[in-house]
Ligand binder design. Structure first.
Ligand SMILES: [Zn+2]
Length: 239
């Protein structure tokens, strides 16, 4: 039986047998991994923390016939306090759901891994949850290959346009001449907010005062992701 240690975050958990759980982990060097963890529903289980969603730690896994069993875990950050704020918790769920959709087994993606950890840390610090989520989704769709650029048309590269539209079939933001039938127009105010979020690093995101536009921005991003990638079920609980 081989044993390895992976730095990973728990994206989601599911009950399994009477006292066990199945974990979907996302590892820095491994991508997605499903792992079985035994006995964690018993009251005194010492690895109970490792079977919590958002637990970030060094998971020690043993492998047998291609199946992984968690044999130990050293916690790095539990992110447990995210559960004290319903918006922060829901935004964290959307982030982990996105990574579970985009992430692949045996395909590590350090950019996506670090984006998730840094974004969860921002949520834990108390940044406006929907602002942190908007920044996360803009960066995450770039990693996924469907990034939005707000200063030129994604189709003809024109930088002179009266309006930009989100293209939900081909991806990207396009001008009035390139838009197809399934496009969402961006109002000048929302376009300006998207530009600001896109041009501001996650570290400095709190300087932005755009709270009244965040719902509209997230609805646009949610619909874009649903059309081009997959529906994010947890995002509906934000509105
Ligand atoms: Zn164009």
């Amino acid at each position: 039986m081989d044993t390895k240690t992976v730095k990973a975050i728990c994206l989601k958990t599911a009950d399994y047998l009477d006292f066990d759980k199945m974990l979907l982990l996302y590892g820095l060097d491994t991508g997605k991994i499903s792992a079985h963890i035994k006995g964690v529903k018993k009251p005194q289980a010492k690895l109970k923390f490792a079977a919590q969603q958002f637990c970030f730690g060094e998971y020690q896994l043993s492998e047998k016939n291609g199946r992984f069993l968690v044999v130990n875990c050293t916690e790095i950050e539990s992110f447990f306090d995210l559960r004290n704020n319903i918006d922060a918790y829901t935004c964290a769920c959307v982030m982990t759901e996105f990574v579970s959709v985009i992430g692949q087994e045996n395909e590590p993606n350090a950019s996506l891994f670090l984006l998730l950890i840094k974004s969860l840390l921002k949520l834990a610090e108390g940044v406006t949850p929907k602002l942190a989520l908007t920044k996360f989704l803009l960066d995450a769709i770039k990693i996924a290959g469907f990034g939005l650029s707000f200063d030129k048309c994604n189709c003809c590269s024109s930088t002179v346009f009266s309006k930009l539209y989100i293209d939900k079939i081909n991806g990207g933001a396009v001008c009035q001449n390139c838009k197809s039938g399934i496009c969402t127009p961006l109002s000048p105010a929302v376009l300006n907010c998207f530009k600001q979020v896109d041009n501001t690093s996650l570290e400095r995101i709190t300087v932005l005062k755009i709270d009244i536009y965040l719902n509209e921005m997230l609805i646009i991003l949610s619909s874009y992701i649903e059309n081009l990638i997959k529906k994010l079920n947890s995002i509906q609980f934000l509105f």
